[in-house]
Design a binder for this molecule. Structure first.
Ligand code: ADP
Length: 333
């Protein structure tokens, strides 16, 4: 879900992502409270020889939901099967995943809010009682069989906790929200990735890169790769502060780490809607983009920076947004 084009022809993104993804909880940076709670639940489940309770992660993209979903099974010493909400169109799409589960293994469903209601309801008995109803045969010969499943753990991830139905949400005993990372955590993530990829990076440059990565590990990693390519082509391969800043300026990333899409959102809100209030659909329509993309990927960070506020009548640009765009805020009346 990289938001930026792949700017480097020399890198195999999947392989690099794999190399950068922490393997165990001790390799993960930040999210300490989430990690501590999970460690307790994991060790208790292991002591009892039972599957870990079902876990739901929510939060904006790139903050570590998939990382947790792959780290947890490794900590438990079990297999993980990966599925994605939008590809589970009917209950029958879910059946092979459920019947292939081994005792105490993990099923990870990414974007779980995008499963149709019928699939969601089919999951209920699987989650609660570890059994499903299977219809065998057709027409008058159709018979329903009640099939027991191996006790397993479902890990769900969503960028939209609000879009999950109450009954599904309630079936996850463990629910964790992943928040944005602070500057010191982001700097450590940049340094960790630079070390793993053997990129020579000045500590101050790591800090500047961290500052301009929207408090999001995935964005820090993507930007680090671009800065590395830039340093190799335009400098001597070493990432210094001027090299990092020049490379990011070429991507039109500004001092707050906002990219073109973030700024387009702010300028649309300010110029077309007079600073708001405006609904996200109207803003999306004007920008010719999907409202989901704006509310999942753009707004959470703008809200966090207090460049935008949500009001009952819609989104509004704040004085800080006008300042950042170097525009005068209209005065009332
Ligand atoms: P999500 O599933 O929430 O979209 P991911 O788990 O795919 O996000 O995270 C994107 C990348 O960011 C990972 O490949 C990993 O390299 C990095 N990352 C995420 N969380 C952490 C963390 N806590 N510590 C270090 N790196 C992280």
């Amino acid at each position: 879900m990289a938001r930026e084009p792949i700017l480097s022809a020399s890198t195999n993104d999947d392989e690099i992502n794999h190399r950068l993804r922490p393997q165990y909880m001790r390799d993960m940076i930040g999210q300490r409270d989430v990690i501590e709670r999970l460690q307790i639940s994991i060790s208790a489940a292991m002591k009892r020889g039972e599957p870990l309770s079902h876990v739901l992660f929510d939060g904006p993209p790139g903050l570590g939901k998939t990382t947790f979903a792959t780290v947890i099974p490794r900590e438990l010493g079990v297999n993980v099967h990966l599925a994605s909400g939008p590809t589970l169109k009917a209950p029958k799409d879910l059946v092979p995943f459920l019947t292939n589960l081994q005792e105490r293994s993990v099923l990870f469903i990414d974007e779980i809010h995008r499963m149709p209601r019928g699939v969601e309801e089919y999951l209920y008995t699987a989650m609660e009682d570890f059994r499903i109803d299977l219809v065998l045969g057709e027409g008058v010969n159709a018979r329903t069989h009640n099939l027991p499943l191996k006790p397993f753990t479902l890990i769900g991830a969503t960028t939209r906790a609000g879009m999950l139905s109450g009954p599904l949400r309630d079936r996850f005993p463990i629910r964790e929200h992943l928040g944005f990372y602070d500057l010191s955590e982001m700097t450590r993530i940049v340094q960790r990735s630079a070390t793993k990829l053997k990129i020579d990076t000045d500590p101050d440059a790591a800090l500047e890169l961290a500052r301009r990565s929207r408090s999001t590990p995935r964005i820090a990693n993507t930007r680090l790769l671009w800065v590395r390519d830039y340093a190799e082509t335009k400098a001597n391969g070493i990432i210094t502060v001027p090299v990092a800043l020049d490379a990011l300026a070429m991507l039109e990333i500004d001092t707050l780490g906002l990219d073109k899409q973030d700024r387009a959102y702010l300028t649309t809100l300010v110029r077309v809607f007079g600073g708001g209030p405006a609904g996200v659909e109207a803003i999306a329509h004007t920008m010719n983009t999907a409202a989901d993309t704006l509310s999942d990927e753009v707004e959470p960070y703008l809200l966090r920076l207090e460049l935008v506020v949500r009001t009952p009548r819609g989104r509004m640009a704040t004085a800080k947004a006008y300042q950042h765009l170097q525009l005068n805020m209209p005065t009332d009346g």
